[in-house]
Design a protein around this ligand. Structure first.
Ligand SMILES: [Zn+2]
Ligand SMILES: [Zn+2]
Ligand SMILES: [Zn+2]
Length: 322
């Protein structure tokens, strides 16, 4: 079968499926109804190492190399305000070259040199900020590109190379976000940052609520556990329309050779138990998926478990009008 025919055959009603209800990673849009001027586009859904993972030849990574539909870029969101033609990124990942192409394409930009109007950073783990290097002297060489982050992240960037060179050469200009305080991003988008518990070797970690004029989306790609957080996750999810949350690992059956309690992410299985009741009201998607994640197998019992409880895996290319 020719590739195009194959792709068409699995595009059903705007969603990519292999059999009813099973998603594959793809770059097709999954638009919500009632479109507004503000859009959140999911431009990556993998853990920091991406899928395929460097040097990994596990079943998921082999599959992802063979068929692009199984590959996933590193977790990131693009925010677009069509009324002002402004774009923003949440996190600057090592996959940012591809992600800028996706964004440039999505807004049909004619710009020969393109960069977003600002970048919001969650924390200083490799999948979330190292893409900043492409705004430096060797690459795009932007001028005062606004970077919004916590004060710890600010200190990390200005005190460590090569990031401090971006500041010194004025490629980026850092603004400190005040936790819990709503920040106006554009005419139709605002963002509420908050601190979540997560391995803090270099910096603290932020999560965000992205607010449009009609809807809100919660984004927490990395968190140690729901129990370690002082805030009631149930209540927070109840107040938003969509939630994209840490789904790094499905269960403790993964990575038998590593002590997962030291890696520090809630298992999807535990989140399902904790959030089952809210999943009936708010659409909850798991993102930041590790290459080992058992729910990546579209035929497996793990993805069935996720879906039968009313949850979904996030997919590269999904769109939420807010
Ligand atoms: Zn991460
Ligand atoms: Zn792998
Ligand atoms: Zn992290």
């Amino acid at each position: 079968m020719k590739r195009r025919t194959f792709l068409n055959s699995i595009l059903v009603g705007g969603l990519m499926v292999t059999k009813p209800g099973i998603f594959l990673s793809n770059n097709k849009k999954v638009s919500q109804k009632n479109e507004t001027n503000a859009l959140v586009k999911v431009i990556g859904t993998a853990q920091d190492g991406g899928i395929p993972h460097a040097g990994c030849y596990c079943t998921n990574c082999i599959k992802a190399r063979k068929n692009k539909l199984y590959s996933r870029l590193i977790s990131s969101l693009a925010l677009i305000d069509f009324s002002e033609n402004k774009t923003f990124l949440i996190d600057a990942t090592p996959d940012i070259r591809k992600q800028l192409d996706i964004l440039h394409n999505r807004i049909k930009s004619k710009k020969k040199r393109f960069h977003p109007d600002g970048i919001f950073l969650t924390h200083a783990h490799i999948g979330h900020y190292t893409g900043l290097m492409f705004f430096g002297f060797e690459a795009l060489s932007t001028s005062q590109l606004p970077v919004y982050c916590s004060s710890q992240m600010h200190d990390f960037l200005i005190n460590n190379g090569p990031w401090n060179l971006l500041v010194k050469l004025n490629n980026i200009k850092i603004y400190i976000l005040e936790p819990e305080k709503e920040f106006n991003v554009s005419k139709n988008i605002s963002i509420i940052p908050f601190v979540v518990p997560h391995r803090a070797e270099y910096t603290d970690t932020l999560g965000f609520i992205i607010c449009g004029k009609k809807r809100k989306l919660l984004y927490i790609p990395d968190i140690q556990s729901w129990e370690a957080w002082k805030k009631p996750i149930n209540k927070i999810i109840e107040e938003v329309d969509f939630a994209l949350i840490d789904g790094t690992f499905f269960s403790s059956d993964e990575l038998p050779h590593r002590d997962l309690s030291k890696i520090g992410h809630p298992f999807i299985l535990s989140s399902i138990k904790l959030l089952a009741n809210i999943a009936k009201k708010t659409k909850i998607y798991f993102t930041h998926l590790n290459h080992s994640n058992l729910s990546l197998n579209p035929e497996g019992k793990e993805i069935e478990k996720i879906k039968e409880n009313g949850f979904e895996l996030a997919v590269d290319g999904m769109e939420f009008f807010i």
